[in-house]
Design a binder for this molecule. Sequence first.
Ligand code: PEP
Ligand code: MN
Length: 347
Amino acid sequence: MLVVMQSDATPDQVARVIAAIREIDLTPHSLPGPTRTAIAITGNTGAVDPQVFEALSGVKECIRVTKPYKLASREMHKYDTVIGLNPPVAHAPGSPAVEIGPGTFTVVAGPCSVENEAMVFKSAEFLLSKGVKLLRAGAFKPRTSPYAFQGMGVEGLAILKRVREKTGIGIVTELMDTEYAAAVEEAADIIQIGTRNMQNFALLKRVGKCRKPVLLKRGMSATLEEWLMAAEYVLAGGNYQVILCERGVRTFADHSRNTLDLSVIPPVKALSHLPVFVDPSHGTGKRAYVPAMALAGLAAGADGLLIETHPDPDRAMSDGAQSLDFPATEKLLGQLRQLAAVLGRGM
Ligand code: PEP
Ligand code: MN
């Protein structure tokens, strides 16, 4: 349920509602909006009696939320979520802050895996020179084969931290296991949860306790509702900074690695206030198809992109076939900027 406060409700009245929710052992989530504050209630298994709250001063109305996902829904949270990031580059003179959300288009690029310090550093320098402020690279890699490169692990995180310090770029990196949650949270500006872990509930609950934004990839066979329910786990834990990421789903199609489901973007935007990214690299699996689908993602209404870029894709230790080289990345960034301008999006 959502308790909507009157526009002139005082902080004391809001506090009283929050206390009343706690008194019946439920969880309040304060959602300040541009015109009024609303307080979401979660933790109830049955219906909550609205009269308890409607009688309190400063309360305008109580709205029942019909969707199974509550905090992730637009019913509960009308306005688009904006996620502010604070990588060192955001402090550079003249550099605009990094903000993910409406009116903007955020590009996150970089290699699939951290392979060594030199290549991560080179990637960061290249990306920053092209105006990209967030670098992706996995230190922990979820690989189908146990014999494939598994990532550099904690050593990879140390490399990411040093590159962040030296260059100022923000870091997006994957967490696969609750054991490393604190270490990944320390190294990352955004914690990535991969497609294979979208329903790893222990992991979702753990990142719900983190204070860094979470990029939640859609499970490769997850419905939209399952994806939003996964986001709900993170939000219910108290971490309201979730970015959804469509990365392709399994279908009968065998012309590409996955089928990038761009048709999920408009319904996600209608049903949820969370920002949505598109990952055309894993979505297609082939670098030749990445630029077209990246542009299509922007046109479909995504708030950002996650793309794999490598200084020497043919020698990459993972996902080289779908990684762009630097010239192709630069060309794509130019095209994205042109399209973003037409669509009135800042990039
Ligand atoms: C990745 O981003 O490199 C990755 C492993 O992605 P996904 O979880 O979508 O397969
Ligand atoms: Mn990859």
